[in-house]
Write a protein that binds this ligand. Structure first.
Ligand SMILES: Cc1cc2nc3c(=O)[nH]c(=O)nc-3n(C[C@H](O)[C@H](O)[C@H](O)COP(=O)(O)O)c2cc1C
Length: 166
């Protein structure tokens, strides 16, 4: 197989898309105390002791200003069948949470009501790397439910039925 030139962004995206991921909505307290949220698949576990996670945020995202070191944010990991929610939070809008069942923690961080798992985090570091902000979050709390995750593969939401109940 011939390797495409690294300057070919579409081919690189296609190659990286061969890595199946889960999908999460990252929520934080935005301007005027309004909840903000965006869909990500760059989330990954980084360290267990201390508990750290990472994800990356496009530098041009209007949300970037709200993920400075010390800021609180929440991660809602999506279930199979929540592809519409993933699309909604991947589409710029004034209030993505309007009409979406969610709860807000005392610090105003929003979590989706029917998430498969949630993690409460604080930004440990936020470093520009390439065209993204690499965000490392300290995990301050978490809850894990049961069920099938939403999976993103090859640019699409797919199912892995046999992951349910594990
Ligand atoms: C499956 C999926 C995964 C995504 N992962 C990321 C990601 O890891 N980082 C990122 O910055 N944007 C990611 N996006 C794009 C953002 O969700 C999208 O640009 C969103 O509009 C950003 O929110 P904002 O415009 O309110 O800042 C992803 C989109 C989809 C559909």
């Amino acid at each position: 197989m011939a390797a495409a030139a690294t300057g070919d962004a579409r081919a690189l995206r296609r190659a990286c898309g061969r890595y199946a991921t889960g999908v999460a909505v990252i929520g934080a307290c935005g301007a005027g105390g309004r909840p903000l949220g965006l869909t990500v698949n760059s989330f990954a576990s980084l360290s267990l002791a201390p508990p750290l996670i990472l994800w990356s945020l496009a530098l041009h995202s209007p949300s970037a200003a709200h993920f400075a070191p010390g800021a609180a944010f929440g991660i809602s990991i999506l279930r199979a069948g929540q592809g519409e929610l993933a699309r909604r939070f991947a589409t710029p809008a004034a209030d993505k949470f309007a009409g979406v069942a969610h709860r807000r923690c005392p610090r105003g961080v929003p979590y989706l009501a029917d998430a498969l798992a949630t993690l409460a985090c604080r930004v440990e570091r936020a470093d520009p790397v390439g065209d993204h902000l690499l965000i490392v979050g300290a995990v301050e709390g978490f809850e894990a439910g049961e069920g099938e995750p939403l999976v993103f593969y090859g640019g699409e939401f797919v199912r892995i039925g046999d992951a349910a109940g594990r």
